[in-house]
Design a protein around this ligand. Structure first.
Ligand SMILES: CCCCCCCCCCCCCC(=O)SCCNC(=O)CCNC(=O)[C@H](O)C(C)(C)COP(=O)(O)OP(=O)(O)OC[C@H]1O[C@@H](n2cnc3c(N)ncnc32)[C@H](O)[C@@H]1OP(=O)(O)O
Length: 159
């Protein structure tokens, strides 16, 4: 699922421009390159931006593996090492379990390569929602734009 106005995966200039692929053993891989626009301390990534990147990577994991709309209910991050500007974070995420509408996912992000040092770990609870979540709380123009631009529109709405 791709929405061009999404801060995480969309094409907005200030966004994170993340792309995701599903790899072996249903591990979902994302990359996030830290730019000067993502700084907190001088030369280092802002923790909130890193949390955002993990929210995106984990949300994409839910979307890619379950094909159901869901939103983040809870997101926990462990910042293990600083992430310098210019670094690409290699994020590997997994689906840990599903209990009713609750979806548990986790991920780790490594510095510079898929086997680099772990810099961030995250766990999240996503909650499956119906499309009325977006029609009730979003706004019409954005939903119309989503419908007209999304690259993938096949969702399992009422399984
Ligand atoms: C047009 C469509 C487009 C589709 C595109 C999709 C793209 C997606 C893009 C993604 C972009 C990236 C991602 C983003 O950025 S998503 C954006 C950030 N997230 C949000 O805005 C979510 C806001 N929250 C809500 O809308 C509601 O609170 C939700 C929907 C989450 C739950 O309210 P709802 O009334 O529906 O359900 P419920 O309250 O009965 O809870 C259900 C179960 O869940 C458990 N629980 C809930 N919260 C927590 C918690 N914090 N810790 C622990 N547990 C929690 C709860 O105990 C219960 O468990 P149980 O009692 O059953 O055991």
């Amino acid at each position: 699922m791709h929405y061009d106005q999404c801060f995480g995966c969309g094409d907005v200039e200030s966004g994170l421009h993340m792309r995701t692929t599903v790899g072996e053993h249903m591990v979902v891989h994302s990359r996030f390159t830290v730019t000067e626009a993502h700084q907190g301390a001088p030369g280092l990534a802002h923790g909130g931006l890193l949390a955002c990147a993990f929210d995106e990577a984990l949300g994409s994991t839910v979307g890619n593996l379950l094909r159901k709309p869901a939103v983040t209910g809870k997101l926990e991050t462990d910042f293990v090492r600083p992430v310098p500007v210019g670094t690409t974070l290699y994020i590997a995420a997994r689906l840990d379990g599903v209990a009713g509408r609750k979806i548990y996912v986790s991920a780790e992000g490594r510095l510079g390569s898929a086997d680099g040092q772990v810099a961030v770990r995250a766990r999240a609870l996503f909650v499956q929602v119906g499309f009325e979540h977006f029609t009730t709380h979003g706004y019409a123009d954005a939903l119309q734009r989503f419908r007209s631009t999304t690259r993938e529109s096949k969702w399992d709405i009422n399984p």
